[in-house]
Ligand binder design. Structure first.
Ligand code: FAD
Length: 493
């Protein structure tokens, strides 16, 4: 039986551990933090339970498939409820729109904003379906050679759908108002990309979101992590937490194990890193062994954005709120340019607002709510002084809450925590404090061009998670564990 060390117990590390243990490998997961989950972690204090990272679960099938692959049924172990609408979108002028996944209700909402839009909306969704099919062709596979990209049918569809065009510009062909253009392009932010820079291909996420719908696991996203940890224990995976890896040991050119902080050495036949790929190469693999990813090459890559998060416990319930909401600033472009181009503090930040207690009151004491506010921010390649900036952003977010939800909200805050860009760096070793994932999804950092899940210069070293393909976001990370398992089945069994 071959042994595998997985560095990191993020969703990707856990999913890989379950699959590999099921395939007959002896798996040990070594996690730096006290608790598994990585970016999908949780705060539990004073009767409040808050997911600190991801809250939007689309493409749930990727989780279902992970469980099926190991002979389990996720839906028997974790209770899911559908969210409809997926989001409420608030605009600067007080208007709002609910993005339902019932098409008739969605069309009625869009007509309020842009009369006569229904036919164009349905055409947009139809085009999204084609891009989804095309995109999945590139996403759900391992790459070894550039010729793996060659696919005449896909090339024809790329041209037919204009998937290579600019996302925001293409949305402009379907929607006349800025309001609907914003509502149907913001999804690229999930991949760390501004809709003004992203490929139109990424409207496939909008399609998946609208048509497949959004699911909420009772107890929050962390209840999935808890279940994966429980399953790992039942299956015999060894999980060590509070154990930072300091070096990947290489012997005769091959990865042979890891050295932990404190000096302990753990050996294995195969090492898989779920820690950020850029961080892994730079900090855990001695430079003398790195032919393919030198520091200079890694420094030149494009990095995704970060975020400022405010978590509030309030002694009030807000039945008029939706579970998920987004606020778009008036000058959306200036907001996105500040985050992605000038890497400065946005003057009027757009933000995501999550009130999971609408669906799941168990997350707070009776009569209380949890409010999660996430404002995308530049990563630490910019020069923002976060000690000065954090109180300013907090104030903007509270003003937003006062405007959109409750003018008295401050009086009701009984518990509060925040997360700044540097916290992602300190807690999970995210380069430049990137939030959603490190390498953004421009064309040359996607599919074949994204770092592969195998280090060809260091036999025995593999990757899983957002740093390798397919990329950023929970569903992609679930797929990355499947691709890793397929690769190891071919190369190591
Ligand atoms: C604020 C925020 C909101 C998000 N919202 C969404 C959303 O709504 N929907 C969605 O799908 N996605 C969302 N994402 C993205 C999603 O959370 C990530 O893409 C995904 O969880 C990444 O999983 P992963 O397994 O690749 O790695 P990670 O979660 O990054 O896990 C890596 C693990 O490696 C560990 N590690 C690092 N270095 C070492 C070391 N030296 N030794 C041992 N362990 C180490 C870390 O501690 C961590 O536990 C969000 C992310 C954030 C931060």
């Amino acid at each position: 039986m071959k042994s595998v060390i997985i560095i990191g117990a993020g969703l990707g590390g856990l999913a890989a551990a379950l699959r590999l243990q099921h395939m007959g490998f002896a798996v040990t997961v070594i996690e730096k933090q006290k608790r598994a989950g990585g970016r999908s972690n949780v705060l539990q204090e004073h009767g409040f339970r808050v997911d600190i990272g991801p809250t939007i679960l689309v493409m749930k099938e990727t989780f279902d498939e992970t469980y099926r692959a190991i002979g389990q049924d996720l839906n028997r172990r974790v209770k899911f409820v559908p969210l409809d609408p997926n989001y409420r979108i608030y605009y600067h002028d007080g208007a709002y729109i609910d993005l339902f996944n019932s098409m008739a209700k969605l069309a009625a909402e869009c007509e309020r904003i842009e009369p006569g839009v229904t036919t164009r909306l349905f055409r947009f969704i139809g085009e999204g379906a084609k891009k989804y099919e095309l995109g999945m062709d590139f996403v759900a596979r391992n790459y070894d050679h550039i010729t793996d990209l060659a696919n005449p049918q896909a090339a024809a569809r790329l041209i037919e759908t204009g998937a290579y065009q600019n996302l925001y510009a293409q949305a402009g062909k379907f929607f006349k108002t800025d309001k609907l253009r914003k509502a149907f392009t913001f999804h690229s932010m999930f991949l760390g990309l501004s809709p003004f820079d992203a490929l139109a291909m990424y409207s496939l996420i909008t399609y998946a979101d609208l048509v497949e719908g959004m699911q909420y696991p009772m107890g929050g996203i962390y209840s999935i992590v808890e279940d994966m940890v429980a399953l790992a224990g039942e299956m015999g995976v060894t999980l060590r937490t509070g154990a930072p890896v300091e070096e990947i040991l290489i012997d005769g050119g091959r990865a042979k194990g890891v050295r932990l902080a404190g000096g302990e050495v753990v050996t294995a036949d195969i090492v898989v890193s779920n820690a950020d790929l850029v961080y892994t190469y730079k900090e855990l693999v001695p430079a003398s062994y790195r032919r393919d990813y030198t520091d200079a090459k890694l420094d030149k890559m494009d990095y995704a954005c970060s975020g400022y998060l405010l978590y509030l416990g309030v002694d009030k319930v807000y039945p008029q709120m939706r579970h998920q909401a987004l606020y778009f600033s008036e000058d959306y472009r200036a907001n996105l340019d500040a985050i992605f181009r000038t890497k400065t503090l946005p003057a009027d930040p757009s933000f995501h607002m999550n009130n999971p207690t609408i669906t799941d009151p168990s997350l707070a004491p009776p009569g209380h709510s949890v409010l999660y506010l996430l404002a995308p921010m530049p990563n630490l390649q910019g020069n923002v002084d976060w000690d000065a900036a954090a109180p300013l952003v907090r104030e903007k977010l509270l003003q937003g809450l006062e405007r959109l939800v409750d003018p008295d909200v401050r009086r009701h805050i009984v518990w509060e925590r925040e997360y700044r860009p540097a916290d992602w760096l300190d807690d999970i070793n995210a380069p430049y404090g990137v939030a959603f994932g490190s390498l953004s999804h421009g064309f040359f950092q996607s599919s074949y061009f994204r770092p592969h899940n195998v280090a060809r210069d260091i036999p025995g070293l593999y990757f899983v998670g957002q740093g390798t393909y397919p990329g950023i976001g929970m569903p992609m990370v679930m797929l990355s564990a499947r691709l890793l398992a397929e690769r190891l089945a071919k190369e190591q069994t």
